[in-house]
Design a protein around this ligand. Structure first.
Ligand code: PMT
Length: 391
């Protein structure tokens, strides 16, 4: 239901925080990728260790944790949805004001993701004109509120103010996130670098780690697309990704060209060898025979084959340049792509093996869009936004 969807759960300081532990478990069971923020107040009610054990990773508590330069913006960019359960009267007031003095409120301020708050408090607090104003303001600001409902409250009281049950919050998360804006699309992504054998133990390869292609495949899968990932590198695990492992350019071409039926978009992020040894030795070449001379021959152009065989597929090529990206403008025309993503692989923040990339998008008519350096995950996300807009 939520396979791979990135859910940030914020827990503020009310008794219902104990139910947030169960909500965290239900989100994990639904397949969500979960991060948790506990406010100081929440830690009076539930322990960090409990939530960390459920989420399978450490929880976040501090705006200035000394570990990340900017934990609130990192979490804000990561989250597809921010759920706050329970949301106390104090939390609602600060959120309505746009106040950002702790990690949870600062993350909310830094995020454009949908927000879902599950208020929990005593009836008098919920009915206070100030709380009414705050919740009205939050709804006007686009926040989804679920509950509170009538029922047993702390101290033996009864009335409106009880947090809705975790399963109801889970259902709201599923409803809000929906099937994803790429649901129903069939996409192909190539990733990693090819290996062209010289003999049974040696090959000609390149420095591609597969990170860029993997990020593109994963983002599409999380947005609901059916993804075929043809790769020579370790692939991400997601139920929407079918992985085809290959080594050589020929294997990549065969795999790609046999996957074109009904294909909506192809993104060719792999670093494919342009040449391979014309002959491969069946036995390990012996040093005592002296240095061999390798006669090279061209490999198949995987991308060109996709363009030729499936003209209706929206085709995105990559261009690995060393130095200025101007050469990519001509490549965008020559390669018969709908969009070309050029990166300078000689930069320390771009290209092979890095976690970030600085790219320029080029269209065949010569239009250029230079993006700042960002994580490969963000490049992937923005690239799909662009493809969805243009196709
Ligand atoms: O994997 P990472 O470590 O994260 O690094 C990412 C990356 C640098 C590999 C990636 O961002 C990138 O630039 N990929 C394209 C590398 C490349 O082969 O560029 P090119 O300019 O040589 O090729 C242009 C396009 O033709 C590419 O889409 C390529 O996949 C395709 N091609 C090239 C040769 C060939 N025989 N068949 C092809 O399909």
């Amino acid at each position: 239901m939520l396979a791979g969807r990135r859910v940030l759960l914020g827990i503020s300081g009310g008794v219902a925080a104990y139910k947030a532990a169960y909500l965290a478990r239900r989100l994990i069971e639904a397949g969500a990728d979960l991060e948790v923020i506990l406010t100081d107040g929440a830690q009076q009610f539930v322990g960090k260790q409990t939530l960390a054990a459920i989420a399978g990773r450490p929880v976040h508590t501090r705006l200035f944790d000394g570990l990340s330069a900017s934990p609130h913006t990192d979490l804000a960019r990561w989250a597809e949805i921010i759920v706050v359960a329970p949301a106390t009267a104090n939390f609602l007031a600060r959120a309505a004001l746009g106040e950002g003095s702790d990690l949870l409120s600062a993350t909310l301020l830094a995020s454009k993701a949908p927000r879902l708050f599950a208020p929990a408090m005593h009836t008098e607090m919920w009915e206070q004109p100030a709380t009414r104003r705050n919740s009205d303001q939050l709804v006007a600001d686009g926040v989804h509120l679920v509950g509170p409902i009538q029922g047993a409250l702390t101290s033996g009281d009864h009335g409106t103010g009880r947090m809705v049950e975790p399963d109801e919050i889970l259902a709201e998360v599923i409803r809000i996130l929906g099937p994803g804006d790429m649901a129903g699309l069939s996409v192909l992504v190539t990733a990693g670098g090819t290996r062209e054998p010289i003999d049974p133990v040696r090959y000609i390869g390149n420095r591609s780690s597969g990170k860029m292609g993997n990020a593109i495949a994963l983002d599409a899968a999380r947005r609901g697309a059916n993804v075929i990932l043809i790769t020579s590198a370790e692939a991400p695990d997601h139920e929407n990704i079918a992985v085809v492992e290959v080594e050589s350019a020929q294997q990549m071409a065969d795999a790609a060209w046999s996957s074109l039926e009904g294909l909506d978009v192809a993104v060719m992020a792999a670093a494919v060898a342009d040449f391979r040894p014309g002959r491969t030795s069946d036995t390990k070449m012996d040093r005592s025979a002296g240095p061999p001379t390798l006669a090279m021959e061209p490999t198949p152009d995987v991308l060109a084959g996709v363009a030729e065989r499936s003209p209706e597929t929206y085709l995105v090529g990559f261009a690995a340049e060393v130095g200025p990206l101007d050469r990519a403008i001509d490549k965008a025309k020559r390669k018969k792509v709908d969009l070309l993503v050029a990166n300078d692989v000689s930069r320390p923040d771009s290209g092979f093996g890095t976690d970030t990339n600085q790219v320029m998008l080029v269209t065949p008519d010569g239009h250029r869009d230079v993006w700042p350096t960002m994580s490969k995950a963000e490049v992937a996300h923005r690239l799909w936004d662009t493809v969805l807009e243009r196709r």
